[in-house]
Design a protein around this ligand. Structure first.
Ligand SMILES: [Zn+2]
Length: 228
């Protein structure tokens, strides 16, 4: 059966690739794999265009490095905002799922908790409008053209992304929080040095929280740590 990707998603994909040329695409995808084919998914071309060609109306963007470098979060938040502003591709049938949250026209594009089996930590899923004028809209998404990457800027309060080898007050803050979270485990020195013990504790926390367990404290992990 003939099928193709919705035009608006090709535009979005090209903008994302232009903005983050070296990004990890391991969890990228659009056409349904066998697991998708057995159920109703926008990754399957069940909507037919005016020529009878099946249209895939969903795209998955890899979040990068276990889900915590911020690209997926950045795309999700950006698309959600465009939904609120009435981007033509984001009409009836569209939604965004990212990091256990879903936004759609039904909720006025505000985030709600997503309780599906896949938490969408490793990729951001975007479904677009059911109508051809929507899914084939060629209007830009405003993501290309450079500008700062999503790394440190998307962490709460402008905190840096930290990992093994990092030093400074943000590391000490994480060490204090982790000590408070896990009082029965060996206390971490709150010395602001991100060494092996702190790395192991961050990985432990990420595994228990269902985050990508990469030992990197980026947007998702910061949000989790600060939110309790
Ligand atoms: Zn998907």
């Amino acid at each position: 059966m003939a099928y193709r990707l919705a035009r608006c998603l090709a535009v979005l994909r090209d903008e994302v690739n232009a903005r983050w040329p070296g990004r990890d695409k391991a969890s990228d995808g659009w056409i349904g794999d066998p697991a998708h084919a057995s159920r109703k998914s926008d990754h399957n071309p069940w909507v037919k265009d005016s020529n009878g060609v099946g249209v895939v109306r969903a795209y998955d963007f890899d979040s990068g490095h276990g889900g915590d470098t911020g690209i997926g979060l950045h795309i999700a938040e950006h698309v959600r905002t465009l939904g609120q502003r009435g981007h033509p591709a984001l009409g009836n049938g569209s939604y965004v799922i990212s990091a256990r949250r879903i936004a759609s026209p039904a909720s006025g594009w505000s985030w709600r908790t997503y309780t599906g089996t896949n938490p969408h930590v490793n990729h951001t899923h975007i479904s677009v409008s059911l109508t051809q004028s929507g899914y084939d809209a060629t209007q830009g998404w405003g993501l290309s053209g450079g500008g700062p990457g999503p790394g440190p800027g998307t962490n709460p309060g402008g905190r840096p992304t930290i990992r093994r080898g990092s030093t400074g007050p943000a590391v000490a803050e994480v060490q204090r929080i982790l000590n408070a979270w896990y009082p029965k485990l060996a206390r971490l020195a709150t010395d602001g040095v991100f060494g092996p013990a702190t790395h192991a504790r961050v990985v432990y926390m990420q595994q228990r929280a269902g985050l990508g367990a990469d030992g990197i404290v980026g947007p998702l992990t910061w949000r989790k740590l600060l939110g309790g």
